[in-house]
Design a protein around this ligand. Sequence first.
Ligand SMILES: C[S@@+](CC[C@H](N)C(=O)[O-])C[C@H]1O[C@@H](n2cnc3c(N)ncnc32)[C@H](O)[C@@H]1O
Length: 216
Amino acid sequence: MDLLQTERVTEQAQTMQRYYRLQSKIYDATRWTFLFGRKRILRELPVLEQNAALEVLEVGCGTGYNLKRLALRFPNARLTGMDVSADMLERSTKRTTQWADRITLLELPYGEANLSFQGKFDLILFSYSLTMINPQWAALIAQAKQDLKPGGIIAVVDFFDSPFPWFKRHMAKNHVRMEGHLLPVLENLYLPANVNIRNAYAGVWQYLIFIGRVGE
Ligand SMILES: C[S@@+](CC[C@H](N)C(=O)[O-])C[C@H]1O[C@@H](n2cnc3c(N)ncnc32)[C@H](O)[C@@H]1O
């Protein structure tokens, strides 16, 4: 990573830390009203052996909403959650204490040059994180390919697009980029297994579910 990239990563992480200082307090009480598809994407994961000793990473694990579900769904999996917000991770820690022996939480931006997972994971989940990781989102999608085993699975659930410019402006003020930009990059790097674009609130916006595989 060159100096400019490192500065951008730091700046993006600091923006998130500031944003989630307050938002972490109301996150779980509010997000169920608009972060759609999170349960669905876990239900639709293909042919992962439920009792296998899987290695799973969630990038931007937030308050542990998905980690808890993953721990229940895969009783022998080792889970890693990464996030840049200490406030969000604090909630994640509380929510997942029951499975602390197999969950590792890291307070780091994903793609950090000093941290290499090289082919470690069976599954990497990005749940409503990529549209907030600007401008590095495409580099992170590519990084995940390095960090997955051959045949490993990437699962992405996130905002897709909206026909309403006012809504996109509102989301941009909340650090979310919503321009249908994730899908072409995902389709270019992974073999799509499940691609689903769904309406939220009768089409005020759409959200994306993408499940893809690394070629063997
Ligand atoms: C909208 S929340 C999603 C949380 C959780 N995945 C969920 O589905 O509820 C986005 C999370 O991504 C984290 N995040 C943002 N940029 C990140 C980065 N570069 N590396 C790791 N996590 C990041 C934020 O701190 C925040 O907790």
